[in-house]
Design a protein around this ligand. Sequence first.
Ligand SMILES: [Zn+2]
Ligand SMILES: [Zn+2]
Length: 333
Amino acid sequence: MMQAMVLEQPGKPLVLKTVPLPAPSDGQVLVKIIACGVCRTDLHIVDGELSKPKLPLIIGHEIVGKVIKKGRTVTKLRKGDVVGIPWLGYTCGKCKYCRNERENLCENALFTGYTIDGGYAEYTVAHEKYCFPIVEQYANASGSPLLCAGLIGYRSYTMIGDHVTNLGIYGFGAAAHILIQLAIFQGKRIFAFTREGDVNAQAFSRKLGATWAGDSSQEPPQRLDAAIIFAPVGNLVPKALLDLDKGGVVVCGGIHMSDIPSFPYSILWEERVIRSVANLTRKDGEQFLKIAPRVPIKTETQTFPLRQANEALLALRSGKVQGAAVLVMAPQL
Ligand SMILES: [Zn+2]
Ligand SMILES: [Zn+2]
């Protein structure tokens, strides 16, 4: 048996329960969880804003843990390996998206902590092919935010194009605090936009090297070559277009966003682009986790014990988390 925080019904708090230990099927491993990050997507699931959760459900898709048992046909992983388990839990390998390197759009994908059980628990099972190896420096709570905030931030960043010097980031939470380190490492100038008057987040972004930080309603001192929106706020799309230079891209990095208001065509004209980012491919994960220790990316985490998952979600909701919130099950294994 194991302890888990279970979502029984959207709109209700998670419930601490003792549930049976999952058994690894063919190709799966049983993982003892060290830590699991708390992502904004978890809030969208708990709030019922994403429509297809498995219920009851163990949420959480930024898992760092140690392999303790292998199912049959597991070939790559060994007992004792530390792995990261991300949002993308399974793809079919057969649909048209899988066949042309867009497995993030797979018709039959399963998602950790959404359509299959995830990491707000002491143990979980995962398909070995979707686990990432985790280097020693990240084999603890600090590695968890890399697995979604880091990865989705990285995928968004790969969509901004090749000619970007000035990069705007709208919403300075877990994803932004990781991405800024990589972007500055690669010579970008960062303009950080936060909710109105969030001077703490603005100071945090400056500490991490932002060229400029301000409220999302403010005009940046220079035109932006690209913008990434992490905040789930549709109003930011036309605002980012206004801040953008010709030919620039606005990348929406979240899984859910409030409605985008209508706007004049003139702010989109001159080949400005709006696009979204969905999920991740394993290639994104491999590339990002290879670069992260080279930067080296350091995550700032606020940790909570498993049983305080509701408190962690509340802290995230109210903007009280600097960096990333992480549930810690077993700090050392
Ligand atoms: Zn597929
Ligand atoms: Zn996430």
